[in-house]
Design a protein around this ligand. Structure first.
Ligand code: ATP
Length: 416
């Protein structure tokens, strides 16, 4: 069974408010295993609402509409649904009585336009709204079911959680759950992950999808089954295959943080790291320090210097020098602080900061007593998140060194 959520409200289209209702509804549908396959937003306009409801009924079984149920002239959801389904609105005196009763209870005078809220499309099943004035309704048609929820988030949640979800559960028959497992990668680009598992991304149950963040790519495997146990059993072989292909780039699962994984690896081997960075606003050291709160001994030092050039007496007029500067800095930091690993991140933006033609260059290096690895990056703009990106790559490279992973893409050298 498939669903579409339609959010009604011109203020959503104007960008005045964020559609948190659709997000909440999506999460609840997922928890009962109902596939949400479209989300649509439409303004407060009767014809346009009718058109999107009609379109939704042509492609899903269940249409959930939120917003536009109020008493004012711009609340057009009822009319739009009536038009789309050919079920004219009819007045239900018992609904008016419910609405009037709420006004009486709160000692507020009911205005004439609240009468609008006692109209529902012919054949609809109304559901009382104990947290607001507008009753909601479910309308079954030969093309599928349409149900409405208020726009006010508190009311919407109450009615969804306490009424519609029960109805939907019954409607979709066999209980089903949707379970996701997220494998977290770092240091490898989204397109490279994609190239390795593209065929798995076309499967339908489980589905495999990618989400990229700065320097990280999440691989989400999602299965739908009768029970959580069954869903996990379906995910397991796909996960195994993804791990076989993406291998050492996967550093964790779920909410695992790269810096915490690195801190645990350092602590497990009793190793200490000295960090030095320039141009990255101290982010690399901060991330490791936060992760090392419980084992402060593993962070031998975290130093932020003014610029890459201040590491050594070298001019930055020749950008390729950045990589050797980073390596030099990593080796020096390790020796100076008597650490097992030196980790360096050097960033430099040429041109006016913020200017279109700015170039951001960065190099990372990790050095141990036996070997070192370096990597270089360049962006043809002044990316505000370049420090997140590069600190993630630096942590990922240190992790690969700690687990002795092959160094695809890293420049390797033997320590002198
Ligand atoms: P009311 O009876 O108050 O008029 P309604 O069902 O007609 O409720 P709307 O008028 O569409 O709902 O929205 C009421 C308020 O609820 C909006 O001003 C907005 O603050 C919030 N709201 C509406 N839709 C959404 C949404 N999709 N996501 C988050 N907030 C929303």
């Amino acid at each position: 069974m498939r669903a579409e959520v339609i959010s009604v409200g011109t203020e959503l289209l104007l960008g005045d408010i964020v559609d948190t209702n659709a997000v909440y509804i999506a999460q609840q549908l997922r928890s009962i295993g109902l596939d949400l396959i479209y989300r649509t937003t439409v303004g407060d306009n009767e014809e346009r609402i009718a058109r999107v409801v009609d379109h939704a009924l042509s492609r899903v079984d269940i249409v959930i509409v939120t917003g536009g149920l109020g008493p004012t002239v711009d609340d057009k959801t009822r009319e739009g649904i009536a038009l789309a389904t050919g079920r004219p609105l009819e007045f239900r005196p018992e609904l008016l009585e419910q609405i009037a009763e709420r006004f009486r209870r709160f000692n507020v005078t009911m205005s004439d336009n609240n009468r609008q809220q006692a109209f529902v499309p012919q054949g609809a099943i109304p559901i009382e709204n104990p947290v607001g004035t507008a009753p909601i309704f479910i309308l079954e048609t030969e093309r599928g079911a349409v149900m409405v929820l208020p726009g006010v988030p508190r009311e919407m949640k109450h009615l969804l959680d306490n009424h519609l979800i029960l109805w939907l559960r019954e409607r979709i028959g066999a209980p089903a759950v949707i379970v996701s497992r997220v494998l977290r990668t770092a240091g490898i680009g989204e397109s490279q992950v994609d190239a390795r598992i593209a065929d798995l991304e076309t499967a339908s149950n489980p589905t495999v999808g990618l989400a990229a963040h700065a320097g990280q790519t999440d691989i989400r495997i999602t299965a739908k089954a009768a029970t959580e146990e069954d869903a996990l059993a379906m995910i397991a072989p796909v996960e195994e295959e993804v791990r076989r292909r993406v291998g050492v780039w996967i550093y964790g699962t779920g909410q695992d943080l790269l810096e915490a994984v690195v801190a645990d690896l350092l602590a497990a081997s009793g190793a200490r790291v000295a960090v030095v960075e320039a141009g990255s606003r101290g982010l690399l050291g901060r991330r490791l320090a936060e992760a090392a709160v419980r084992q402060p001994a593993l962070l031998a030092s975290a130093v932020e210097v003014d610029s890459a050039a201040s590491i050594a007496d070298v001019s930055l007029e020749h950008p390729p020098a950045l990589e050797s500067l980073a390596l030099h800095a990593a080796v020096q930091a390790r020796l100076e602080h008597n650490a097992d690993y030196g980790l360096a991140l050097m960033m430099h933006t040429s041109g006016e900061p913020g200017a279109h033609e700015a170039v951001t260059s960065a190099a990372i290096a990790v050095a141990s007593v036996r070997a070192s690895r370096t990597r270089r990056f360049e962006w043809l703009d002044n990316r505000p998140d370049a420090n997140v990106w590069t600190s993630t790559h630096a942590l990922a490279m240190l992790r690969r060194m700690l687990i002795s992973a092959p160094a695809d893409g890293d420049t390797l050298s033997t320590a002198s």
